[in-house]
Design a protein around this ligand. Structure first.
Ligand code: S3P
Length: 439
């Protein structure tokens, strides 16, 4: 289904979550496996690849730049790497759909190529801020045109990049990764200093492919001119997708669910830390390391939740999980306060406003603030809410059905396919009563 296609969800009230499931592959790691696999020398075999629209947009863009990529078939992808200088100009502009990760990481990677590329996206992506990547890339010597800081991005050919030291103005793994990828093509060292730790999948995969990455506390440095060696990559299940079921089980009495082989990279586990602070019963088992990334089975059983002040240091570690965590807060006893999360306003939608509006429609006492939200736990009602075409808003309100007083209709849900194409099937398999209506 195309993400531009309108569809809506109807979720019936009640139920509980039970069983053992594996959610689809990690979106961040899937993107990076295609990007770095394409630039590597040799053949990269990927398993567990996310066959969602965002990761597929990245895959299609590298095919368009001349990389032979076989699959995906049941999560298996084979990338025939072309080496650091083997990409070719795409015949036309490269369309990246809804995917902020694709456009921001690609802008860095492409700034160092001998050919020009135009990167475009859907309505949501075309409204998202790109100066955060174009400003530092220009400092490195890139020439990039944008539409007042928004896509399409036109990346000019033959930039001579020079390494810089750049202090990130916001905690952003996309900006960090963009600059590290540009740094692979720059003369000298590129150093990125983070205001707070963000997901480090790029760094881990670079190291896994034999590239030297120097990490000292909040500072990451790469030096241009190296090469990548192909490897096999096992993509763990996405903790951001597992989150919907973790929250679902945490809020509905009698729930007991296990999510298998989930990535638990320390830069991604804010959701576990926050739910535990709220009183959730979460246990990890079968912990191991696969391809440089820690994984575990996550079991979560119902336990009553209480409202908390969410620690600010957890915000970047749970940045994609807040829409679902707001549902947990709505079901908790007392008040939950989030601050320091202004970045949520520039995601696939303004996630603070979208969630506050939807929660209010469902009779939850929720008030947005400039950099967060205040939510008072209480009964969830019923009604019709807007996802604004944002996959994570849609799935969060679907999970709210478990504690709702009546049916919830969630509009504009097609973009769930960007990150979690089999969400409706898996949700019904474990106990949600959820129907997708294609309009
Ligand atoms: C991502 C980084 C985060 C996250 C996004 C994926 C990545 O974005 O929200 O879903 O793969 O690097 P920001 O860098 O904008 O925080």
């Amino acid at each position: 289904m195309s993400s531009e296609h309108k569809c809506f969800y109807l979720v019936q009230p009640g139920g509980r979550l039970q069983g053992q499931i594996r959610v689809p592959g990690d979106k961040s790691i899937s993107h990076r496996s295609i990007m770095l696999g394409s630039l590597a020398e040799g053949i990269t075999e990927i398993t567990g690849f996310l066959e969602g629209e965002d990761a597929l947009a990245t895959l299609a863009s590298f095919r368009a730049m001349g990389v032979q990529i076989d699959g995906p078939k049941e999560g298996k992808v084979t990338v025939h790497g072309v080496g650091m200088h083997g990409l070719k100009a795409a015949e036309k502009e490269v369309y990246l759909g809804n995917s902020g990760t694709s456009i921001r990481l690609l802008s860095g990677l492409l700034a160092g190529q001998k050919f020009a590329t135009t990167l475009t996206g859907d309505k949501s992506l075309s409204g998202r801020p790109m100066r955060r990547v174009t400003d530092p890339l220009v400092q490195m010597g890139a020439h990039i045109d944008s539409q007042e800081g928004k896509p399409p991005l036109i990346i000019k050919a033959g930039n001579k990049l020079k390494g810089i030291t750049y202090k990130l103005p916001m905690a952003s793994a996309q900006v960090k990764s963009c600059l590290l990828l540009a740094g692979l093509y720059a003369e000298g060292k590129t150093t990125v200093i983070e205001p707070a730790p963000t997901r480090d999948h790029t760094e881990r995969m670079l190291v896994g492919m034999g590239y030297k990455v120097d990490i000292q506390g909040d500072t990451v440095t790469v030096e241009g001119g190296g090469k990548l060696t192909a490897t096999s990559i096992d993509v763990p299940a996405d903790i951001s997708s597992a989150t919907f079921f973790m929250v679902g089980a945490a809020i509905s009495e009698g729930s007991d669910i296990t999510l298998t082989h989930v990535g638990i990279n320390p830069t991604r586990v804010g959701v576990i830390n926050i739910l535990r602070l709220m009183g959730a019963d979460i246990s990890l088992s079968n912990e191991s390391i696969t391809g440089g990334e820690p994984v575990a089975d996550i079991r979560i059983r119902y336990a009553p939740l209480k409202g908390i002040d969410i620690p600010v240091d957890q915000v970047p570690l749970a940045i994609d999980e807040f829409p679902a965590l707001f549902i947990a807060a709505a079901c908790a006893e007392g008040k939950t306060v989030l601050t320091g999360a202004e970045e949520l306003r520039v995601k696939e939608s303004d996630r603070i406003q979208a969630m506050a509006d939807g929660l209010q429609i469902l009779d939850v006492d929720a008030e947005s603030t400039t950099d967060g939200i205040v939510i008072y736990g209480g009964p969830i009602g019923s009604g019709e809410v807007e996802s604004h075409g944002d996959h994570r808003i849609a799935m969060s309100f679907a999970i709210a059905g478990l504690q709702a007083g009546g049916t919830i209709q969630i509009n504009d849900c097609a973009n769930v396919a960007t990150s979690f194409p089999n969400f409706v099937d898996l949700a019904n398999e474990v106990g949600l009563i959820l129907e997708q209506i294609d309009g």
